[in-house]
Design a protein around this ligand. Structure first.
Ligand code: FAD
Ligand code: NAP
Length: 547
């Protein structure tokens, strides 16, 4: 239904979902089933989110494809054929498009439409949403499926505009093939994106120079084409696999939880345990070697040293190997990377490693990169410099309550949420995998499905009780924040500077954002809250859901 609002045409619907990645697509499908008119607003020209934007060479998932996929439709998971154990970006994007077509989602998605503001009007209990296309929507509920890793970040280097060559960010890669043949290419960053990209670009480039500030731990992915018989067998027990995955901290089946502490094993047994896990693929298997890898510094150091030794064995130049061997953070406290030939790439004579911790990048020049040590002549620069993660895409939108605080004000000292879904004082607003939820510390499609299903059930309850608004109480929010912090403080995670803590963005408040008790525990907790009629939420009508 459309009406005039000032000079703008306003479209009135029940639910606005922002983002058409895996979160937004499933939210649209699921919330439609309540009979709601749901519209999705998406900045990109297609579906897929992460897999639409991150088209850089080598991009692929680090959770096995048979798991990193929707579980909500048995026929979908039976019909879809993944080509590889860890499928590439193009195949994951093909899957997202298939889902959009199969469930007839496109008719309610507005592409090339970026939301710039979402303002809640208490008088009408409506969210007013405006876009960069000049459109205006009004909806009772607003679901932010804007992604945790969707706001790419190019560091504010002096001189970037002067650079005469081409430059790219991994998170905003062009749709066309970029050909680096015969070029001198510089890559800034050595996170997961760079670690996937470097071996592929090295095959084309004449010279490849990697500018590393912090070395990262990476394990060989052991990626391979999927064997048909293996897949047939897996699919014959798909539902059971999914159930098993639901009962794990990471939302991934097939990895029995560790039963032993590292100190209970002899050095020989530990070496054996790590060797057995090396190269089998999957970071969970490695981090599951012992119970205390992410809580005990000594246990962690032994695992870290095992990986450093593998790097030293792989990289022929001892000085380069030493530079690639991480020594300043605990293994697993940043996303543990999976690679296909990353360390081996540094054995090629045309691949160079530059230590920009010792000699920082000072500026981008017309002809390349200048560090405090020297100039590097480059034809192309790739920024693999990551994202303003977890809060960036949300704070990029002017979210506020009319005559009330803005989200930027509410989060001035870091994000505070209830369950990573609600923000106190912001009625009828839901986040999919927001800060304070397990989200990025798990198989994210599993985390997305859990959030969407839970929100669906809450809205069904609201429908049946005639409630107008639902929001978290400040007390529930603050208790949840304390709990998230308490859990994190029992681990090594907060000791590491990473995008989990916001420390990759200058000036961002340093707060450890994910909830690390595990998706299984979180799932149980959310289910328990639903059974108890949603304590921690307050509703605006007398027939409140929790009354
Ligand atoms: P996204 O996929 O980020 O989608 C959010 C969408 O919202 C985007 O399309 C964006 O354009 C849109 N949007 C944002 N702001 C606005 C706005 N203001 N207006 C309109 N639209 C907006 N996770 C795993 O579990 N396993 C993996 O193997 C894995 N690999 C990854 C590889 C890469 C390169 C990256 C960057 C992330 C990876 N992740 C992985 C995390 C990944 O982000 C999630 O798995 C998942 O795809 C997130 O889906 P989403 O819908 O929540 O967010
Ligand atoms: P990232 O992990 O944040 O890595 C960014 C890199 O850029 C870091 O090495 C960082 O160094 C460097 N950097 C940033 N600013 C710099 C500067 N001014 N000078 C020099 N170096 C600078 O980003 P990402 O690699 O894009 O990965 C983000 C997340 O996306 C991952 O953690 C993962 O969750 C997901 N992802 C997953 C996969 C996968 O395997 N499926 C692939 C890609 C991404 P410092 O560490 O010193 O800051």
């Amino acid at each position: 239904m459309a009406m005039q609002a000032g000079f703008r045409r306003e479209t009135k619907v029940d639910v606005i979902v922002v983002g058409a990645g895996f979160g937004g697509l499933y939210a649209l499908h699921k919330l439609r089933s309540l009979g709601y008119q749901v519209e999705v607003l998406e900045a990109g020209s297609g579906v897929g989110g992460t897999w639409y934007w991150n088209r850089y060479p080598g991009a692929r998932c680090d959770v096995e494809s048979l798991e990193y996929s929707y579980s909500f439709s048995e026929s979908l998971q039976q019909d879809w054929e993944w080509p590889e154990r860890f499928s590439g970006q193009a195949d994951i994007l093909r899957y997202a498009n298939h889902v959009a077509d199969r469930f007839d989602l496109r008719r309610d998605i507005h592409f090339n439409t970026r939301v710039v503001s979402a303002i809640y009007q208490g008088s009408s209990n409506q969210w007013k949403i405006t876009t960069d296309t000049g459109e205006c929507f009004s909806a009772r509920f607003c679901v932010m499926a804007t992604g945790n890793l969707s706001l790419p970040r190019v560091p504010n280097f002096k001189g970037l505009r002067a650079f005469k060559g081409q430059w790219y960010h991994t998170g905003q890669w062009p749709k066309h093939k970029v050909d680096f043949t015969g070029l001198r290419v510089g890559v800034i960053g050595t996170g997961s994106s760079a670690i996937q990209l470097i071996p592929v670009v090295a095959k084309e480039a004449k010279e490849l120079t990697v500018f590393q500030r912090t070395a990262n731990f990476s394990l060989p992915s052991g990626n391979s084409p999927l064997d048909r018989d293996f897949v047939k067998n897996f699919k014959s027990r798909y539902a059971a696999h999914r159930l098993e995955a639901e009962r794990t901290p990471f939302g991934i089946a097939g990895h029995p939880p560790p039963t032993q502490f590292s100190r209970e094993a002899t050095p020989e047994e530990r070496e054996q345990a790590y060797k057995a896990r090396w190269g089998t693929g999957g970071n969970i298997a490695f981090l599951y070697a012992y119970k205390d890898l992410l809580t005990d510094k000594e246990a962690n150091e032994i695992a870290s040293e095992f990986v450093r030794q593998q790097i030293r064995k792989t990289v022929k130049d001892p000085a380069v190997a030493e530079l690639l061997a991480p020594k300043d953070h605990y293994i697993g406290t940043k996303r543990l990377c999976l690679d296909s030939g990353y360390y081996e790439t540094f054995n090629h004579s045309h691949v160079h490693l530059v230590d920009v911790k010792t000699h920082p990048i000072e500026e981008i020049t017309e002809t390349g990169i200048r560090t405090s040590h020297r100039d590097y002549r480059l034809d192309a620069i790739i920024f693999a410099t990551g994202f303003d993660a977890m809060t960036g895409a949300l704070l990029d939108i002017d979210i506020r309550v009319e005559q009330g605080p803005s989200l930027r004000e509410h989060w001035a000292h870091g994000p505070t949420t209830y369950l990573g879904i609600f923000i106190a004082g912001f009625p009828n607003l839901f986040m999919i995998t927001g800060p304070g939820s397990p989200s990025v510390k798990s198989n994210m499609i599993a985390a997305i499905e859990q959030h969407v299903d839970w929100i669906h059930d809450l809205l069904a309850r609201i429908q049946s009780t005639g409630v107008n608004t639902v929001e978290a109480t400040p007390e529930a929010e603050s208790a949840w924040v304390n709990h998230v912090n308490d859990v994190a403080n029992g681990t090594l995670y907060p000791l590491t500077n990473s995008w989990y803590t916001g420390s990759n963005i200058p000036g961002k408040p340093r707060v450890f954002m994910p909830y690390v008790a595990g998706l299984d525990k979180y799932r149980d907790h959310c289910a328990q809250l639903a059974r108890a009629a949603y304590p921690g939420l307050k509703c605006s009508s007398p027939s409140a859901v929790n009354h």
